[in-house]
Write a protein that binds this ligand. Structure first.
Ligand code: MN3
Length: 200
């Protein structure tokens, strides 16, 4: 079924100066909108048309002839998830159940932060870094291009987009600087905690 481009969950200038208004305008209104429009054009009138976008991306991931559909489905989904993974005045350390689980599964918040930053920084080329729940265990993963943990049976809790279009206007080639400030000032821990609660 058609996927509707969601509005950003905050104003375009709400993450400034960490992520500029200009970056969010291009990223949401051009990149994300482009994936959504290509996705809707690709599913219209096909057998996939009755399925949710999550069902489509999981099915298309298994069918090499549907690589284009998968890419646009996953990129539509991934970007919505990314907008929700950030919040104005976010970042820092979480509290509650997710904090306890990070402590037990990573050996402390600092270890998680180090692993997450490393995953984003070392993803060669375009892609994503994720905090996921995998078989009851929190893990940090990285994925290339549009790839999405749902196709691996994992539950995404939060993500960072490390495609150059996510940071180039603000940080040029300094991807690690963008990732550092994402962890320090942007992570929406309430969103990640809600995803963990729903999956547990
Ligand atoms: Mn992007």
């Amino acid at each position: 079924m058609a996927y509707e481009l969601p509005a950003l969950p905050y104003d375009y200038d709400a993450l400034d100066p960490v992520i500029s208004k200009s970056t969010l305008e291009f990223h949401h209104d051009k990149h994300h909108a482009g994936y959504v429009s290509k996705y809707n054009a690709a599913v219209a009138g096909t057998d996939y048309d009755s399925q949710s976008i999550e069902e489509v991306l999981k099915a298309a991931a298994k069918d090499p002839s549907q690589a284009g559909l998968f890419n646009n489905a996953a990129q539509s989904w991934n970007h919505t998830f990314y907008w929700n993974s950030m919040a104005p005045n976010g970042g820092g350390t979480p509290s509650g159940a997710i904090a306890e689980k990070i402590d037990s599964d990573f050996g402390g918040f600092d270890k998680f932060a180090e692993e997450f930053k490393q995953a984003g920084a070392t993803q060669f080329g375009s892609g994503w870094a994720w905090l996921v729940l995998d078989g009851g265990q929190l893990k940090v993963t990285q994925s290339s291009n549009a790839s999405n943990p749902l196709t691996e049976g994992q539950t995404p809790l939060l993500t960072i987009d490390v495609w150059e279009h996510a940071y180039y206007l603000d940080y040029q080639n300094a991807r690690p600087a963008y990732i550092d400030v994402f962890v320090e000032k942007l992570i929406n821990w309430e969103f990640a905690a809600k995803n963990l609660e729903e999956a547990s």
